[in-house]
Design a protein around this ligand. Sequence first.
Ligand SMILES: Nc1nc2c(ncn2[C@@H]2O[C@H](COP(=O)(O)OP(=O)(O)OP(=O)(O)O)[C@@H](O)[C@H]2O)c(=O)[nH]1
Ligand SMILES: [Mg+2]
Length: 730
Amino acid sequence: MHQPKKKKTRQTGPLIASQSYGTASASVDLHRGHQTRTCQNTKERQSTHLPAASTDCRTALMAAVIARRRPPAGSAMLTAATLVPFLYPTLALATPRCPALRFSTLKTTSYPASPSSCRATPVQHDCSSSRRYVTTTTSDTTATLNDLPESRLNPAPDDYAASSFTDNAEITIYAGRGGNGCVSFLREAYLPDGPPNGGDGGAGGNVYIQAAHGQTSLHKVARRRFIRAGHGQSGQGSSKGGVRGDDVIITVPVGTIVRELERQDPVADEGVRVRAYQQVMKARRRAVHELETRILQQRKMEKHGGQAKTKNNKAKAEEDEDEATLGLKGLREVAGVERHGQLAQQLQQEAGEIEEDEPPEDPQRDKWLLYPGMSKTDMKAAEFPPLPRRTRLLQQPPGPIYLDLSRPTPRPILLAAGGIGGLGNSHFISRSHRRPLFATKGEAAPTLRVSLELKLLADVGLVGLPNAGKSTLLRALTNSRARVGNWAFTTLVPNIGTVVLDKYEGRQRWALRRPRHSTEETKVGTDNDADGYLNEEEACTRFTVADIPGLIEGAHLDRGLGIAFLRHVERAGVLAFVVDLSAGDAVAALKALWREVALYATMRDEEERVRAATIPDADEAEDPFHSGTVNLMMPPQERVMHASTTTPTMHTAGKPWFVVATKADQPDTQHNFAALKRYLESVTSGAEPHPSGVVDGAWVKDCAAIPVSAIHGQGVQRIVHWTVGLLNQE
Ligand SMILES: Nc1nc2c(ncn2[C@@H]2O[C@H](COP(=O)(O)OP(=O)(O)OP(=O)(O)O)[C@@H](O)[C@H]2O)c(=O)[nH]1
Ligand SMILES: [Mg+2]
């Protein structure tokens, strides 16, 4: 469609876009090339002068346009102020860093040239869950948040690294079809009937899956939705084989569970059809044979006057043998010739039935590809040799596929095998077929619908109520830039941070010694495993911490952000319960958190039971694709143990855990901490039960509470030390 020219950007004179939208107004001076902002307490007008082809001014125009759409009432101002930077990040970048500034400045300021020189100061607001930030144009003052100077551990709400995180995906994967064989003959001068030289078709591409370190989300896979391997190309003349289709490797984060939902496997379906056809034909042959025998018996009885054939009557036996080769066509006649009796009629009728009952079409006929120049009658009449048996390099794994990729897979695991290529006509030369006008078609390939579920595999899982200070703690422990804000549910997707124990400064501070499995047990397809599986023990110089969105009461029933994220701590080696000392009874908070975690684990128990009922039996447990809930990457002994003895509830309650009592810098938190400590001591001594309520196998060895002030980075080193101790115990 023809677009009218944008004259606004071309004109040299000032253009004024003005809009009333609240208490702030911004103006961009065309001629001087800088912006000024004036604020009025009641109502403001924004005037935007746009220079030709100026990006800044175009941005300002956008701002004005957005502002025009916005209702002018004062209440709507906040909404606009919140949404604009979200929807138009470029605008937010072009303006001061705190989004709320642009529309809610309380005093008149000149608009700073550099965003970094503008800082925001929080002021108390009526609405408890939000804050307003007041600008202080500063070259000399530093911004304050929470009555503390802004820093990495006390960042502004907009100071965070956003990550695209998806922990669930459903994808359809298509393996590649095999290419067709070729029907071709050598053509040369003085050689009118050259030998067949049709090439074979290329094999279709396979689809593999591989768990790799460095991946933390499934969003890339989820976005693709359909994953197709390449088709094999058809063969060509001069015995040229077709190119094989490209393989596809789906790379997923470690901790992904793959479940097959649906499968269409044309090769398996064809096998079923062929077997059914063979059974029908066998039954038909048997029926014909029985009828033949009965007719012959009847004839014998008539000929010999009801006397049974004598053993030594050789001539008669020969005669019978001749008659035994009558075939179906002759049966009716033979039966009809027998003029006497009811039996003859019955036999005749039966023979008629068999003859009328058309045999089904051979499904293997479809596998042949005929020379295009053949007439239809020739095609119908064409007789083919038996299909050659083909050997496959890769067999399609039997379904339903279930993979628990809780370790990096050194080699990709096959999900869908591509079809094998067809054979060229040169394969079918025989005495009966000197010039074969046929080749075989390439094999069709399976299509699978699979679900991918990511359960993050962090060493430590931070579990806490909303606003407890988990993200701040993660920032203090690691280099993470998780979002921090003084409201509930600041964190909407899990964050993972890595604590580096040895910074390669020549001195090893701590080392985690995690047991690894011996060579035979964990040989997952390769001998020179780069991931260090072959070591008995591996010195680990880092561990990972997962910060998940806050839990509220009833999270296991999907309240708040629900159970969606509890699965990410399900596999953590150590659980760290983050309790806010300034937010009331710490013991009650800890019990509430444990209750949610335990109830979630009970729900998982149920799920496991249902799944166990649907998975194949133990004799198939060795087959990685039939391993049900059993972890493919575990050594066999461990798999069995894991599958049979531990339920998710016991597994969760049996994990080492400790409490991080945060915000210890707040006044009057000592009593709360003392009560928490007393409670944990009584749990350790056995005077109090494990907070999950689980009695057998619950971990109560050394329940500790570590007071920290994450915002000041105080006490966090103790957490590292303690965690290393627990991980080493594991
Ligand atoms: N005084 C003080 N404030 C803290 C401390 N740790 C965190 N805060 C503040 O508490 C508020 C919430 O911190 P977050 O780290 O976002 O809390 P969270 O648990 O991640 O919250 P959700 O993501 O909503 O679950 C922020 O304003 C932090 O600055 C601390 O040790 N002392
Ligand atoms: Mg958070």
